[in-house]
Design a protein around this ligand. Structure first.
Ligand SMILES: *[C@@H]1O[C@H](CO)[C@@H](O)[C@H](O)[C@H]1NC(C)=O
Ligand SMILES: *[C@@H]1O[C@H](CO)[C@@H](O)[C@H](O)[C@H]1NC(C)=O
Ligand SMILES: *[C@@H]1O[C@H](CO)[C@@H](O)[C@H](O)[C@H]1NC(C)=O
Ligand SMILES: *[C@@H]1O[C@H](CO)[C@@H](O)[C@H](O)[C@H]1NC(C)=O
Ligand SMILES: *[C@@H]1O[C@H](CO)[C@@H](O)[C@H](O)[C@H]1NC(C)=O
Ligand SMILES: *[C@@H]1O[C@H](CO)[C@@H](O)[C@H](O)[C@H]1NC(C)=O
Length: 373
């Protein structure tokens, strides 16, 4: 017994004691969706399944409000929502402490939702450390967009060699299907829809960045069970990329995979050609160009219209250039959106990975207030 205590004390001296392990909870994991495909050997493998981590508060479980489903962004996995790279508790701890049941997925073909290449053209693409630093953790050192210089909230210097950055960077997982995003999106949509069916009661879906694409698709698939949508700097803006390229993207406006519009988009011809689009040009790189529907009878997002939606944007992210345009598009399409520019509630200096930054709990609090209002 003394030995055990000494070992425990030893661990504390070694630095464990300064860490917080977050909110006590129970945990299970399981998979949804996926299908077997045949291999030439005659055996079969499963593709497209979605890893789900289900956390339940050990104390203080409330039945209201609804469970949260967290969907991480490109190159990331569900670890985004667990503890932060600086060792402090992350958003799952925050919401567990407030009594929420939390579901965290790894997107299909990413992380613990494994992907086995079948065709020779099947490739995985990892974000490099400089790419991650320039866009996420140290944009103020690269200044790739005007608001980048306002970033102050990442702990540590945000580049290679800094232990917090290194811990974050090692958590990244390569992306599959970058050349065919609709296939990947449909797999995630199927997995999240099956998860929502299993939960069997209303949920709030929370998506970040490329995971923001998935919240529209999840709500479109299960409009009666998605009670609220929280889109944290969701991929955008509609139809044409900004900041890093001016290429066509997201032919359904918000997504590459089909969304239900009224009047409907026909599957037999390209989606973007069926919208009447108007681009507002801008010479100001802090605002960017914005492509919306012609305001005369814009198509409506039939399944999303009645779901209260929050779009949250930080001060210093590249999303500060264009999330306003995504919000305009949603409003034209009949969606009731609250647009939260964090500076308007006195929160400054954050960039795209704000839920891993110093003031992450403060921002979680703003989201929780919106959910509970
Ligand atoms: C219980 O939940 C409430 C919010 O619903 C929170 O303020 C409180 O700190 C929680 N208590 C414990 C012991 O976790
Ligand atoms: C492999 O490639 C072929 C030809 O492009 C395609 O028909 C098939 O669906 C692909 N298989 C998988 C599992 O993606
Ligand atoms: C960041 O910190 C690491 C570790 O101290 C150091 O090696 C690196 O040079 C620093 N980078 C910058 C850009 O300050
Ligand atoms: C696509 O389908 C619609 C409805 O079935 C039809 O009216 C239209 O002519 C078709 N367009 C093309 C390009 O085949
Ligand atoms: C708007 O689009 C045009 C044409 O693609 C491009 O030249 C211009 O740089 C864009 N403006 C901004 C602010 O990105
Ligand atoms: C967000 O709010 C700040 C402060 O009011 C403002 O300068 C900025 O233009 C706003 N961003 C957008 C995209 O509206």
């Amino acid at each position: 017994m003394r030995g055990i205590i000494a070992v425990l004390l030893g661990l504390r001296v070694a630095g464990v004691s300064c860490r917080s392990f977050g909110t006590p909870h129970h945990r299970e994991f399981f998979y949804t969706s996926g299908q077997y495909i045949s291999e030439t050997s005659g055996d079969s493998i499963s593709r497209g399944q979605v890893y789900v981590e289900h956390l339940i508060p050990a104390f203080n479980l409330t039945t209201e409000p609804e469970p949260l489903i967290f969907i991480h962004g490109g190159g990331q996995t569900g670890t985004n929502w667990l503890n932060k790279p600086d060792g402090n508790p992350g958003w799952s701890s925050y919401f567990l402490e407030k009594g929420y049941e939390v579901y965290i997925i790894d997107q299909a073909f990413r992380g613990r939702s494994p992907w086995t290449p079948v065709n020779s053209s099947d490739t995985l693409t990892a974000y490099g450390a400089r790419y991650a630093a320039s866009r996420y953790t140290a944009p103020e050192k690269f200044n790739l967009w005007p608001q980048a210089k306002l970033h102050t909230r990442w702990p540590g210097n945000g580049t290679k060699g800094d232990s917090i950055f290194d811990t974050y960077y090692k958590s990244l997982a390569p992306n599959a299907y970058l050349d065919d995003p609709a296939t990947q999106q449909l797999a995630v949509q199927a997995g999240v829809a099956e998860l929502i069916d299993q939960i069997g009661r209303p949920v709030t879906v929370v998506g970040h960045s490329q995971g923001g694409i998935m919240v529209w698709l999840a709500a479109d698939a299960r409009p009666n069970l998605v009670k609220r949508i929280v889109a944290l700097e969701p991929s955008g803006p509609p139809f044409i990329d900004q900041v890093f390229s001016q290429e066509a993207a997201r032919p359904y406006g918000l997504t590459d995979a089909p969304l239900t519009y009224d009047p409907p988009i026909q599957a037999n011809t390209s989606a973007e050609s069926q919208f009447r689009l108007v681009t507002t040009g801008s010479t100001d790189p802090s605002i960017g160009n914005c492509t919306l529907q012609d305001p005369q009878e814009p198509r409506q997002l039939a399944n999303l219209k009645d779901i209260p939606t929050l779009v949250l944007q930080t001060q210093a992210s590249y999303h500060a250039v264009y999330d306003w345009c995504t919000v305009e598009f949603l409003r034209q399409a009949g969606v009731s959106v609250d647009y939260l520019n964090l500076t308007h509630v006195g929160i400054y200096g954050n960039a795209h990975l704000f839920f891993l930054e110093e003031n992450s709990d403060q921002i979680a609090g703003v989201v929780r207030e919106w959910i509970e209002k």
